[in-house]
Design a protein around this ligand. Sequence first.
Ligand SMILES: Cc1cc2nc3c(=O)[nH]c(=O)nc-3n(C[C@H](O)[C@H](O)[C@H](O)COP(=O)(O)OP(=O)(O)OC[C@H]3O[C@@H](n4cnc5c(N)ncnc54)[C@H](O)[C@@H]3O)c2cc1C
Ligand code: FES
Length: 278
Amino acid sequence: MYEILKKRQLHDTVTLMEVHAPLVARKALAGQFIILRVDEDGERVPFTIADYDRTRGSITIIFQKVGATTKRLDALKEGDFIADFAGPLGNPSEFDGLSGKKVAIIGGGLGTAIAYPQAKALYNLGADVDIIVGFRSKELFILLDELKSVCSNLIVVTDDGSNGKKGFTTDALKTQLENGVRYDHVIAIGPLAMMHAVCVLTKPYSISTTVSLNPIMIDGTGMCGGCRVTVGGETKFACVDGPEFDGHKVDFEEAIQRSHMYKDAEGECMERHACRLL
Ligand SMILES: Cc1cc2nc3c(=O)[nH]c(=O)nc-3n(C[C@H](O)[C@H](O)[C@H](O)COP(=O)(O)OP(=O)(O)OC[C@H]3O[C@@H](n4cnc5c(N)ncnc54)[C@H](O)[C@@H]3O)c2cc1C
Ligand code: FES
């Protein structure tokens, strides 16, 4: 059992939880994820390691309440326990050769939480990091102070213009590129459509671009095939071969289509659990 050491509401639908999991914290690196079960009857759900503290033996996750499991998780309080917390899973981010280079990290919505450990690791490595984050509106801002502390330039955009510049992250990246900012590498984390659009932008400039894919995962061990994606014409499993891939090689059309596969089942599950969540 894994104790919840800290719980902080970042806003109405997004929660930060620090969980005591010393064995996971000992090996965790940026880019990896965990799979948890809230209780013994629970579904296995993956979450990115947003931060880790080897001294406290803790892992921080940041999650959005989107369905039955995330709502059950959010109902837990500090001092409560999570039944299973397995990890670290997946491959750590590869930052070879990026020390001293100019890197742009693009985070869309909750993708910002996943972008933060990447930015922190690259900044500590000596890269010159620009961060571009986008939210639907200012009420959904998360982690801006944390992001500011690990980059030389933080650009915030909102879809509705309620704060920061109005527009999408891709508009801000396009402006940077058109203004002559030369990035050696771009990392994009967020909705599939956003990551795809970033790759379309960076390709003509031949800027290598990494994306972090979050397909449906079931076992997290490469056995079930749930997280299958096509990269460079080859079948890959995001849980063991990723979750990060060369964005210019990802078949985004297929990934987007597969991401809608379980919509009906998720809706039914939400209805079944509704009484327990209220
Ligand atoms: C590697 C990886 C890292 C992730 N990191 C984060 C994170 O840091 N924070 C966060 O809020 N979310 C993250 N997710 C997504 C998160 O796992 C889902 O939001 C969660 O499983 C939703 O479960 P639910 O029962 O609350 O919602 P449901 O109603 O079951 O599903 C809502 C949506 O969540 C996604 N989803 C559902 N089940 C899974 C599953 N088993 N695997 C992957 N996606 C699923 C689907 O897109 C679905 O449409 C990550 C997913 C992956 C694969
Ligand atoms: S989650 Fe089963 S193969 Fe990746």
